[in-house]
Design a protein around this ligand. Sequence first.
Ligand code: CDT
Length: 342
Amino acid sequence: MGSAVDAKDAPSRLLKVAAAQVGAVHRWSDRADTLNRLIRLLEEAAQTGALLVLFPELALTTFFPRYFIADENELASFFEHGEDVTGSKNTKKLFQRAHELGVDICVGYAERTTDGHSYNTCVYYSARLQRVITKYRKSHLPGTQEPCKDPGAINQLEKRYFEEGQEGFRAFRVPGLVDGALKKSLSIDGDASSEGRGDPIVGMLICNDRRWSEAWRVYGLQGTELILCGYNTTAWAPHLHGKHNQSKEQSKADAYFHHKLVMQSNSYTNSCFSICAARCGLDDDEFPLIGGSCIIGPDGRIIAEAQTEDDEVVFAEIDLAACRPGKQTVGDPSLMWRDPEC
Ligand code: CDT
């Protein structure tokens, strides 16, 4: 389909973004301390000018699905309860600070609904609107329902603790991030010069979702320009990966390789930016998770990348107009992207 504006002439839509990578959080870590670490990362990102900060999957606690937890009270302590995650004593300060700083956040947590359902969830909080504008529940739950028979195994019991999200992959527009974004009321119907110039179109994934191309493609077909993906990826889990003879070093190298492979290739094939944020480091001084938080362009190249496996802000200024050549010339039938406000 033709366009009135060549990709090379598309006006810039600049946006400063950050990934807030979070290092080791232990089973015994105090939740208030962990929350304060997230707030420090948010403040550091805000100082760089970031208007959007992504936090990891299950950012508020250790990665508890690695344990078989028989005690219901302990299990419940890892969850946020009820509909309004912004109001919980475990989270309130983070959302308040985001509002004060004028920075949008996407943050992952374990959700327990009032009627007793459990999900691995993330929300997108708009500082400008002062509310959660979208919630996503993880679709691809990895691991097993039952713990491994070997008592020395590192488990992955997400299928035990969570239900699969059923809402699918719904892209959404975020107001207030990009200067001069066109609104439907300001654009001329059928005027192709408005294509790709509305508010940013964003999609959310959680960890294992990033390995499945259909998740990306469903977002891609809605014209998504920016994918947000928090994760906890173990660097060493021979029982899960079925590679008992592999060294810890090789296992970790493989985990990094596959992480970057899926993030970079899917960003390229959907001509979108992506941000990914790790929970990483050595949880309980024993369980290694990879870092590798990064910001990737629509050409699949890494723009900025974490240098540590600890708390770290990864920052970049991106131009969403750079999504345009891929979407336009590869022929992405993205109606949402073409219309500034559909
Ligand atoms: N948290 C999470 O989804 N982790 C998975 C582990 C897959 S191996 C069983 C991941 O994709 O990194």
